[in-house]
Ligand binder design. Sequence first.
Ligand code: FE2
Length: 250
Amino acid sequence: MNKNNNINEFSKKGYCVVDIDKKYIKELEKLNLSILNNITKKIGKNNYELSDFHKLKLSDIELNNFRLETIKLINSKKNLRRIIYDSLGGFLDKCLGPDVVVQKNINLVIQSPKDKNRSPFHKDAPMASNYELVVWLPLVDCVKTMSMYLFDLKHHNQAKKLIMKNTSEKKFKDFSKKNGKLLNVKFGQAMIFWTNNFHYIPVNEEKRTRWSLNLRYKNLFTKYGTKNLLDYYDILKLSPITELLNKIDV
Ligand SMILES: [Fe+2]
């Protein structure tokens, strides 16, 4: 799908799947390789795929420690947030404009098959800014229940009512199956969604571990949520006029 079609779809629904620009795929492959090397180093196992990670049968504590270490590794790659931004072929530029901030740390989710630990049905705003976009980037092919349900804006009010009722997990699951879209997002693609889009993460019923990164971008000058500029974001890029303003006292 080309970039303009993506923008049209995004404008209607608040989410879309974007292909990563081919020249950046190598960077993602390098990232996967360094995570795999780290697994080999720490756990001593070799020659397998990230999606087979659950076969190592780590305890919850081991898994959490490993996840934290891997987050450190990912965030040590200082230009990765810029690479991810650029890899989306101008999509974020079109949505956000020339002055952009990015969250300081990239998050990583490792979701093993049948693992019930996951975020509940929710949307990120107003905790996150209303002017922010989430980039959900899988490190392995995420098909069927390895992906997540997103809701068109036409279901927004229904979803809001459901949240108010504080209803059962089964009701959220049924609502998601009926009204949500479970889009396949393969390695080499990213799902981009607005912080006001509800989403629901199903239990991973496939036989492979889901690995996905998520991070958020917004325009520097738009309203913030509960997280302020200095604590939560770094400046990613500035427009020429903002650069000029940084040079003098006006
Ligand atoms: Fe979320």
